[in-house]
Write a protein that binds this ligand. Structure first.
Ligand SMILES: Nc1ncnc2c1ncn2[C@@H]1O[C@H](COP(=O)(O)OP(=O)(O)O)[C@@H](O)[C@H]1O
Ligand SMILES: [Mg+2]
Length: 305
């Protein structure tokens, strides 16, 4: 089970979808789950109607959207053999009541459903388009937090098997996606630190998404600098100089940006330690041909093979 997290907008949904497509295409029975139910996953996968009930949207590729109320309903059906439950009244009300009384209940219902799918081995891999950076720790750590609060009885038993799955490095990992920009990189570094120091959930990968290509590099840098200085100093004839001035300015902005990016990526790599960083370049898409998810999926295939 892989939790794909990162700051909003960095490419979590796209990456989770691309990975799921790749995994399904390689013959693995794959479940991809949207945690915040905003419909972005369906969009990224060019499908519609992703709901709590899993649906096969392509060969080997199943998709679902998390919904804690449906998860509670399923939990009661599976585990609570008490016919009195049906007299409880509307579940949404009970859920709100319990969730307000005990922090972590909604997270448990969500993460519990995922762990259940893993435990029942219905899938070879479960890919989670997870909560953003600020909420992921509460999510993956919910069973541990609750078991610290309540150390007896059914809650302890229920949280234990979930923790066994979440804390098993060979079963569960977090993938942190970032773009090579200051704030997302800083948040990523903090998250790596928090996951390591406060939880027992391991980090499987760090992905730098939307990385720009080198604009001017290596030996070309000197040529570029020479061109800039002859244009700026008036050494070049005024006609080619006036034509070149605009493009050179753009190149110089792109080069500066790339330089900052490289610095941030180095900082990221230092903090990712032995895990390393997987680079995903900024992708150009031709809407007619294929959506961004399938483009990313084929880039990933080459990258990982
Ligand atoms: N490598 C990439 N190159 C170009 N555009 C990308 C790339 N990755 C993601 N995008 C685009 O960036 C936007 C945000 O991506 P999304 O996956 O929805 O982010 P998140 O789920 O983290 O909010 C989308 O429009 C997506 O198509
Ligand atoms: Mg998203």
């Amino acid at each position: 089970m892989l939790f794909v997290t990162g700051k909003g907008g960095v490419g979590k949904t796209t990456f989770a979808s691309a990975l799921a497509q790749l995994s399904a295409a390689s013959g693995k029975r794959t479940l991809v789950v949207e945690m915040d139910d905003k419909g972005a996953l369906a969009h990224a996968l060019h499908t519609e109607g992703v709901q709590f009930a899993e649906r096969e949207i392509a060969p080997n590729l199943f998709a679902m959207a998390m919904n804690t109320e449906d998860s509670l309903r399923e939990y009661i059906r599976l585990f609570v053999k008490n016919p009195l439950v049906s007299t409880f009244g509307p579940l949404a009300k009970i859920l709100d009541f319990v969730a307000n009384a005990a922090p972590g209940v909604k997270e448990i219902l969500a993460v519990g459903k995922l762990c259940w799918e893993v435990r029942e081995r219905n899938y070879d891999i479960v890919i989670v388009d997870a909560e953003a950076t600020g909420h992921i720790v509460a999510q993956v750590d919910a069973p541990a937090i609750l078991s610290n609060l309540v150390q007896v009885g059914v809650i302890r038993d229920q949280t234990r098997w979930m923790q066994d799955i979440l804390h098993d490095q060979s079963a569960t990992g977090v993938v942190v996606v970032t773009t090579p920009e200051e704030i997302p990189v800083l948040e990523t570094i903090q998250l790596l630190d928090t996951l390591q120091s406060k939880t027992k959930v391991s980090v499987s990968a760090v992905v730098a998404n939307r990385v720009h290509p080198d604009v001017v590099a290596g030996g070309d840098l000197a040529v570029f600098a020479g061109l800039v200085s002859s244009v700026e100093s008036g050494m070049m004839a005024s006609e080619p100089a006036s034509v070149l001035r605009g493009p050179l300015r753009l190149l110089s902005i792109a080069t500066q940006r790339r330089k900052r990016e490289v610095g941030l990526l180095e900082q990221l790599a230092t903090n990712a330690k032995q895990r390393g960083v997987l680079f995903m370049s900024i992708l150009e898409i031709d809407e007619q041909e294929a959506g961004i998810t399938s483009v990313m999926s084929s880039v990933l295939k080459d990258e990982l093979s």
